[in-house]
Structures are given as structure tokens and as C-alpha cells.
Ligand binder design. Sequence first.
Ligand code: CTP
Ligand code: MG
Length: 385
Amino acid sequence: MSVGVIIVAAGKGERLGGSVPKQLLDVGGRTMLQRSVAAFDGCAEVTEMVVVLPSELTRRGAELVGQTTHPCRVVAGGARRQDSVARGFEALAPASTLVLIHDAARPFVDAALIARVIGAAGRTGAAVPAMPARETVKRAQDDALMVLETVPRARVWLAQTPQGFRRDVLESAMALSALGIDATDEATLAERAGHAVEIVPGDERNMKITTAEDLLSARRRFPDASRVGTGYDLHRLVPGRQLVIAGVVLSEDVGPLGHSDGDVVCHALTDAILGAAGAADIGVHFPNTDEAWRGAAGLDLLGRAVAIVAAAGWRPSNVDVTVVLEQPKVSPHVDDIRRRLAAVLRLDLAQVSVKGKTNEGVDAVGRGEAIAAHAVAMLIRETAS
Ligand code: CTP
Ligand code: MG
């Protein structure tokens, strides 16, 4: 028996919202899609995989899916989930006699569940994992919230994926789909085509991530709820330039040389924040070879770094910076600098620490030829992103 797997990841994630489709969001250090792919890739019974992506993302397929040991093809999806499944099915090799279909939005699928579905689908021709309903179930009118009847709970099951089908069963299900029948899963189509569908025990942990609250509870499963990063920056000081830190002017006589505004505090903090999220560094995101960043304000770059890590699901929870400068004294400006940083970092003042130090006359910084800053940033999981 050859098992082919279709992982559907071509949805827009409208109920969750946000600019990135939910299956590409990070859950515990890997995207939902990568988690789903890895679960099937790790199964000995699996022979091939097809990942169905939104058409605009297929050229980034290899990067989004990551490395696999089993052959894995990427194809473009369709408007409805069932259209995406049909595209995936077309791309499977005819040798796959059993086909599993899985929602990328269920990242916690595991080997035991996959094995249960393979076993039952091999026996019956079609299998769906499902959880027994826990609540009392009411059926209502379509257009009004009036109860029509109470459905006996013992007979109600909530379907999950992966769903498994013998190839010929899935073919007849897909034929119904092509005739225009709408269904939110393939088991529905197989039932409509007259095939027996076996229920196998689902898994409580195999949740589908649909809303922002689902995403939050999925992320909370991981101990990695906070991350820390460090940053460092140094700029040469020359006469005749302004020395500005976070928009606060410290000196009109001596200031940093360089193509940016030379704000060591903002630059070190930007690196600390990017570093904590594992999102490269300031030179990668804002290269000094790019005219767009010539003279860019440090506070502006810091704000952009906050947005970059927010897209990956993180937000700063506190920062601490040490400025090493021989002259002038930093301490009279510390509160102004903290206030401006706090506004950009969206933190309370108490969460932003800035300290000044001299280098005791030692080295270039000690001779007043340079200013340096060391920064540490703590990030925590954003409630939703
Ligand atoms: N899916 C797909 N192609 C579509 C629609 C959905 O491949 N045209 C996939 C989704 O990417 C997801 C799975 O089917 O992995 C289950 O769908 P759902 O949870 O509804 O995801 P979305 O359609 O993306 O979300 P929403 O309905 O909130 O927009
Ligand atoms: Mg949907």
C-alpha cells in the first residue's frame, strides 16, 4: 500500500485575520504548515506528499515547506478548500493507492493519529478521525436562532483531519465536487457518493486553528513564551556634528560619523529585538548600501524592527541599554531618551532602562573618539498576530 498525502494550505485565514495566511504563522518556532508537513514526513507508511499553497506563494514553496525526506510537490490551490484538494489529488502519483488529506491549520497532528486513519481507511475505504460532542447539541433554523430540535449527543461526532481514502473512493468524491456539490471535507463527499466512512478516535490536541484565540492557545503550549536578544553598536565621533540619541540632542559640538544618524542606542536595540526573534539583524533589513536608508532616523528603524517581530508573533516586554560615552554626560538625558524609546517600543517607562557609563579614559571610547551602546531586549508572545 502506497500512501500519498495532500496537505491543504491554500486558504486565506479570513476568520483569524492579519496579512499573513494563518498556516504560515509561527507556532512554537515553526510555522503550522511546517509542523503539519513534518508530522507526515516522519511516517514510514507515507510515500509522497503534495502541499497546496495559494497560487501567489507557490514559487516560494521550497522555502515555506522546508526540507523533507519524502518527495514533496507544491501546487497552487483553488477558491474553495475542496478545489484545493482536487488540485492536490491531480498532482499525486497514480501509485498512491491510499490518500490522506490534511488541513495545514491542524499543526499538532501526530504519528499515532495518522496510523489510526491509515489503518481504518485501508479496511473500510474511507476514514475520518472525530471527537465525541461534549456539549448538548441543538439544531436551529438557518435564518433565525430558534431551536428546531435537540440532537442526541451520543451520536454527534466532530470531524478532524487527516481523513483517509482509498484512491477510487476519493475519485468518486472528487467527481461529486466537480459536479458542484459544496462540502467542507472530503468525507462528506464520500458519504454522498454512497461510500461507508469509518470514524476513528480523533485527538484532543489536534485542534484546528481558526481564530486569533485558537492561535494564542496553540502558542501557549510551548514553553518558549519569551525570548531574549542582545545588540551592540559603536560610532566614531567627529567635531562639527550633532550627537542625537532617540531624537534627544546631547551635543552640538561632536557627533557620529556615518551614513545613518549614528544613533548607537537605537541601532543596538534594533539588533537586540531582531536577534531575540531570530530575525537576522539591522544590516540585513536596512542595508547601508540602499539609498532608502541613507540618513534614516534610528527611532524609525527601531519602529520597523518592532513591526518585523510583531509579524512573527512577538512584542518587546522590556529593554535595557548601556551607553558608553566619555562626554557629555548621558544621565541628564536618560529620562527623555527612555520616554521616546518607550513610545516606539509601546512599553511603559518602567520597562525601558537606559544607563550611561564612561570608559575610564581607556581605548578609543575612553579618548572620546567613539560612542558605543550595549542593549538587551526581552520579547514575549503577542496575544494574536
Ligand atoms: N484551504 C485551502 N484552500 C482553500 C481554503 C482553505 O487549501 N481555498 C485550507 C486552509 O489553508 C486550511 C484548511 O483548508 O489549512 C482548512 O480551512 P480553514 O480552516 O477554513 O482555513 P481558511 O479557509 O484559510 O480560513 P478562513 O475560512 O477563516 O478564511
Ligand atoms: Mg475556510
